[in-house]
Write a protein of this length. Sequence first.
Length: 317
Amino acid sequence: MLKLVNSLKYPNLIAKLKGMNAKNLNSKDFEELLKQNNIVSINSILKAKSYHLKNLDDNSSREEIENELDNILIDDIEKIEKYLSNKDKEILFNCVVDYEIKVFMDILKKIKYGKIEQNKIDNINKWTSKIFNKLQGIARVNNINEIKIYSKKTAFENIINSFLDTNNIEESNLFLLEMQLDKFYFENLFNNLNTESSKKLIGTKIDLENIIWIYRMKKYYNMTEEEIKKYIIEVDYNLKCLNELIAIDDYKQIIEFLKKTKYKEIFETENENLEILIRKYMYNQYKKTFRQAKYDISTVISYLGMDKNQIENIINI
């Protein structure tokens, strides 16, 4: 029955997604953006090249641009949802739980530091009024007891509450909580997928995220092997050698080790940032899956992956 529903609805959805994707920036647009050296010229190109950003102000800040890009993503999610079965709607929601996590992290930082930028409040209100309706009003939260009440409306309540029960918010390292929540996000998403094509896509994403996380935890946080193992996403898709990778400290040795894995093609390019190489590879995987246009949720996941990739590329220019 599900296959019948998909065969009836997915052709229309795929046609819709192709039209939506045609309005997004392409690789030549990004090359042009990278040549710019000030925010005015960047915004000018974004306005000219993106239908969605035509009303952007010339002097809009990076944060304001990110808000506008999130508005596009929210609009896309609402359009996609109309075409999906109940099961695929659940998967769609699981795909964007990372934005729900971001809402909580922004509010926890507000409580920790006693302040929050207005543009972040605006962004939280947009997500909670459009997608995470059960969290409406969370932007007004000012203490731990209130955040715990809202956490009950999520699938990651236990992670939030366990952290808050064992850590003083003013002295806590919120990065460690964010790592736990990100780990939950990927494991929950993967474990609830219903097609091999979608598992391949997210399994690959998880493998590459684990590589990035190991690299960051070693380089920037000087974490021990045992500490790193606590935060690794527990899905071994094609990367069956995480413990060996965690044991390597030298960056060049890490790259040489990765050249012997299934993802060796990513690391053949010399003298380029590890995260940029991985981001490019993953974007190409999304693009390849999207072009296959299968009548299942992998097409939606690939479109959202390209959407998120575009947002990340623009705000990191």
